[in-house]
Design a protein around this ligand. Structure first.
Ligand code: ZN
Length: 445
């Protein structure tokens, strides 16, 4: 085999050492070398010169609810992975709930893998679920290749995925720590939620008051104590409350093995601007005030928050009613996540390299995906080719996810994805897709 079947050349390639003009050589779907821009193209290799468009490592989204099988009318692997590919994402890790069955036993994992296999336009891995009654299933799931285990500390929104009380959390965490697995947690404390005012109805301010910051802060404090007790690896999902940041920073400084993610909607949308009744903006924990958002950005900048993931969690439009208390909670962000984050990041003086760190390198690291998340020799040749200074206006009709409900409609965003590449093959270019070429991923043992 020649050193290269493909050479992808750009004046701006984002590598772990920074952005530079480079020729990226690819053979057998793997990056074989990152060479100077004008390095000779090996005999037999195809040259793709993308000019001044930026080549970045394909994004890795470790928080996606695909809902397939069982609630495929909400979202399925075909539509979700197309939306992801259109947005420059080349790997997603699917959450264990909202599909039927949930990913809580090895048999259930096999069902999900079978359904995903022929529909995946990008690479797909799976999180397992930790329920009150499945401690015995955790190790077999780990051995079958899930990347870790998701748990809720308050009701999840679906009956088949009950939450853990503190005692059940301790039991699951002890088991997961015994094989040094990763527990990922939806951290809102049920007692604080129950004590909060529950007005219901279309007013966003009422919804916000029903999911207070101290519900997150208390759950996170408890989690930190449990992580210490078992010396366990714990990851906080979709952090919204900036009040929890000092606790997190302190725990990390003490050496607690804690990682943290937040989401594009917490970084780009604010409570002040959510129209009453607009439940396309509903998610849990909720989008909070602008001042809270400023602190989340600061925490990304100083490394207290590690990564940014979509928490793409759609439903059919009929469940997005104008009553915030009963409407489905979840924001559909797959296709727009990079552009939304980049638009806000550039205004705050961050670079596209920062966005790549938050949305590709750090997420790949979280899941232990050592072939993803960077443009360097030995990694998969997964790329997004992006025009960072071009803008587009979000038109719901142009979205690929199944139900075209979006909180970003009408916004003008920077960062147009020109093409997306998976293992050296262009899987989407200017809105045209190839047949699915994604693979199913399992945890690297
Ligand atoms: Zn989620």
């Amino acid at each position: 085999m020649s050193d290269a079947e493909l050479v992808l050349r750009s004046t701006r390639v984002i590598t772990p050492e920074g952005t530079r003009a480079a020729s990226v050589q690819v053979a057998g779907g793997t990056i074989t070398a990152v060479l100077p821009y004008d390095a000779p193209v090996p005999d037999g290799a195809r040259l793709e010169d993308v000019g001044d468009h930026v080549v970045l490592p394909g994004l890795v989204d470790t928080h996606v609810h695909v809902n397939d099988p069982g609630r495929t009318e909400w979202e399925g692997f075909w539509t979700a992975t197309r939306a992801a590919a259109a947005g420059g994402i080349t790997t997603l890790v699917d959450m264990p709930l909202n599909s039927l069955p949930p990913t809580t036993t090895v048999d259930h994992l096999r069902v999900k893998q079978k359904v995903a296999a022929d529909k995946a336009h990008i690479d797909v891995g799976f999180w397992g679920g930790a329920l009150p009654d499945n401690v015995k299933d955790l190790r077999p799931l780990h051995e079958a290749g899930v990347f870790g285990f998701k748990a809720f500390l308050s009701p999840s929104g679906v009956d088949e995925f009950p939450h853990l009380d503190q005692e059940q959390l301790a039991r699951s965490l002890a088991e997961i720590a015994s094989f040094d697995g990763l527990l990922i947690v939806h951290a809102e404390d049920p007692h604080h939620l129950a004590a909060a005012p529950q007005h219901g109805g279309p007013k966003y301010a009422h919804f916000l008051a029903s999911r207070p910051r101290d519900a997150e802060d208390t759950a996170i404090a408890n989690l930190i104590a449990q992580a210490k007790r078992f010396d366990a690896r714990v990851h906080i999902l979709h952090l919204s409350s900036s009040d929890a940041l000092p606790l997190i920073a302190e725990a990390r400084a003490e050496g607690v093995r804690l990682t943290v993610e937040t989401c594009p909607h917490y970084l780009t949308l604010t409570a002040e601007e959510v129209p009453d009744g607009a439940s396309e903006f509903k998610c849990c924990p909720p989008i909070r005030e602008a001042a809270n958002q400023d602190l989340l950005w600061q925490a990304l900048a100083d490394g207290t928050i590690d990564c940014v993931v979509t928490d793409h969690s759609p439903s059919t439009p009929d469940l997005k009613t104008d009553d915030f208390a009963t409407a489905w909670g979840g924001i559909s962000g797959l296709q727009l996540s990079m552009s939304a984050v980049w638009t806000a990041a550039r205004e705050r003086g961050h670079s596209l390299e920062d966005v790549v760190r938050w949305m590709s390198s750090a997420t790949a690291g979280l899941a232990g995906l050592d072939r993803k998340g960077a443009i360097e020799a030995g990694r998969d040749a997964d790329f997004a080719v992006v025009a960072p200074d071009e803008t587009f206006t979000v038109d719901p009709a142009a979205l690929q996810h199944r139900n075209r409900v979006t909180a970003y409609a009408g916004r003008t965003l920077y960062g147009v994805v020109k093409s997306t590449w998976l293992r050296g093959e262009r899987i989407v270019a200017d809105g045209a897709f190839t047949e699915p070429k994604g693979r199913l991923l399992t945890r690297t043992p």
